[in-house]
Design a binder for this molecule. Structure first.
Ligand code: BES
Ligand code: MG
Ligand code: ZN
Length: 516
């Protein structure tokens, strides 16, 4: 699936012009009675515009409400014959997320109205943006435009016959290198995010650990990233007993996937990204209830996030060394499945009492963390649909983050701020360590209590993290799946969370000091 091209253009090339409008608050006295206030225009004035504003004032049908679009067909406006009105909401709340959603709103209107090409009047959207900030806003706009059209139809024999818009031209913006780069960056991000989404949307039988390793391997090859896949024999040889335990109930063998990108100095240790790749999570012997179990095909979104991040990092040729590790397995009940009470052993020999076979993600991640640490990374970030509890706490709106390093958490929060991908820190209180004490093994994989589920998941991982390595765990169980909160996140499909954030984080990466 490729998005329509976006170009900066000085002259009209299409029949349709898109104009952004801000909504105005009704005066107090007019609030109850009277028509809604007509929208405000902040772009370049013209006689056509004055006429249009007069018409809008009379008709009251369009108020500039955020993400509302309205097509005026056969409305002569300069050389254009159609005008698409685009609502931006209140000017006082205008930010990058506003234009990202405006991008999506324009794409969706373009598809709905079957407009092959559209010209956006740049100043009407970017009028309130300081000139040095224009590239950042432009990138956000293009992200929304490029993400909104995602759908997963690979497995439909009858494809929905949707109109495919071909191009968007943006007028009135300088054709400088920074703007060109913003468009390019957004395109690379959208491709990578849509790649990750499609991995997630594949059902378990089309994304077994082996198939996942092949899909990720093909992607890696296409962008020049080195990919190594460990099969079952190699996983056993590397002593990944926790990952093996998770996969042992399935006829599908586990895979361990390593992606290496070297854009930084030779002497710089890599940043390690670790992804949970449970291609389907039935819960194993501690089996899940039937309701919504099909959503557990998304239990590899952590691995999709790291694969998508590697794709973006390579496409953008970022000056940093990054290695990704994906622990992939299918969690099934069966005659050979691991049982509650079983004790499994990690890469470095730590023993884990399996209290609940449904707390499998942390097991797969723990082996990946220990394996990654053998290669002396400067920092570790892991991504996992780890706990239902994070959805209870944060809904689908934010990724739950926790870790051992203020500095790294701060960097993730800054990247979150810059990319509008929400994160929210949850604690790793020392007292939580007690919840995972086992009389039989070094640690157990789940607590007897239901409380603080996401923090307990993080606490389990903390046990395997080298105390000197800055580490942040990202629980994307809510943020990684279907979203209804944003028009560039097509509902019913995987979100592709944290790839914009990660790419920003890595684009601005500076070497981080070990913890003392
Ligand atoms: N994959 C699930 C977490 C999950 C739940 C993701 C709902 C997305 C939506 C994970 O493997 C799991 O089952 N976690 C358990 C842990 C518990 C047994 C300690 C959970 O959250 O209930
Ligand atoms: Mg589970
Ligand atoms: Zn899981």
């Amino acid at each position: 699936m490729s998005s329509p091209k976006i170009e900066l253009a000085s002259k009209e090339k299409t029949d349709t012009l898109a104009l952004g409008f801000f909504s105005k608050k009704a005066e107090k006295k007019d609030k109850k009675k009277g028509p809604p206030p007509s929208p405000e225009f902040h772009g370049t004035a013209s006689s056509d515009l004055t006429a249009l504003q007069g018409r809008l004032q009379d008709s009251h049908h369009f108020t500039g409400r955020r993400n509302d679009t309205n097509l005026l067909r056969f409305y002569q406006y300069g050389a254009y014959t159609n005008v698409l009105l685009v609502g931006l909401g209140s000017a006082s709340k205008f930010k990058t997320e506003t234009v990202r959603q405006a991008g999506a709103a324009i794409f969706l209107a373009q598809r709905r109205e079957k407009l092959s090409g559209i010209t956006l009047d740049g100043p009407s959207l970017f009028a309130n943006v300081e000139s040095k900030e224009i590239p950042r806003y432009l990138q956000a706009f293009c992200e929304g435009y490029g993400l909104a059209g995602y759908e997963f139809t690979d497995l439909k024999q009858e494809k929905p016959s949707r109109f495919k818009p071909s191009a968007l031209y943006i007028s009135g913006l300088e054709k400088n290198p920074a703007n060109a780069k913003a468009i390019q960056t957004a395109a690379a991000l959208c491709e990578s995010i849509n790649f990750a989404r499609a991995l997630g949307d594949r059902p378990g039988n089309y994304a077994t650990p082996d198939l996942l390793s092949k899909l990720v391997g093909d992607m890696a090859k296409s962008v020049g990233v080195k990919c190594t896949v460990f099969n079952k024999a190699r996983i056993i040889k590397e002593k990944m007993g926790l990952l093996m335990g998770v996969g042992q109930g399935s006829v599908e063998e586990p895979r361990f996937i390593i992606l290496e990108y070297k854009g930084g100095k030779k002497s710089d240790p890599p940043v390690a990204l670790i992804g949970k790749g449970i291609t389907f999570d039935t819960g194993g012997i501690s089996i899940k209830p039937a309701l919504k179990m099909e959503e557990m095909k998304y239990d590899m979104m952590g691995s999709a996030t790291v694969a998508g991040t590697m794709m973006a990092v390579a496409k953008l040729k970022l000056p940093v060394n990054v290695t990704a590790y994906i622990a992939a397995a299918e969690n099934m009940p069966g005659g050979k499945a691991q049982k509650p009470g079983d004790i499994a052993t990690s890469v470095t020999g730590k023993t884990v009492e399996i209290i609940n076979t449904d707390a499998e993600g942390r097991l797969a991640l723990a082996d990946a963390i220990e394996y990654a640490q053998k290669e002396n990374p400067q920092a570790i970030l892991d991504y996992a649909t780890l706990t239902g509890a994070v959805i209870v706490a944060l809904g689908t709106l934010a990724t739950g983050i926790m870790g051992n390093s203020r500095e790294l958490i701060k960097r993730v929060e800054e990247a979150s701020e810059a990319t509008d991908e929400r994160v929210w820190e949850l604690p790793l209180f020392e007292e939580f360590d007690e919840y995972l004490r086992s009389p039989f093994a070094d640690i157990k994989n789940a607590s007897d209590l239901r409380e603080a589920g996401s923090s307990i998941g993080g606490t389990f991982l903390k046990f395997f993290v080298d105390k000197k390595i800055p580490w942040v765990h990202c629980d994307i169980a809510g943020s990684g799946m279907q979203r209804r909160d944003k028009n560039y996140m097509p509902r019913n499909y995987a979100a592709g969370a944290m790839i914009r954030l990660n790419t920003h984080l890595l684009a601005n990466w500076e070497r981080i000091k070990p913890l003392s």
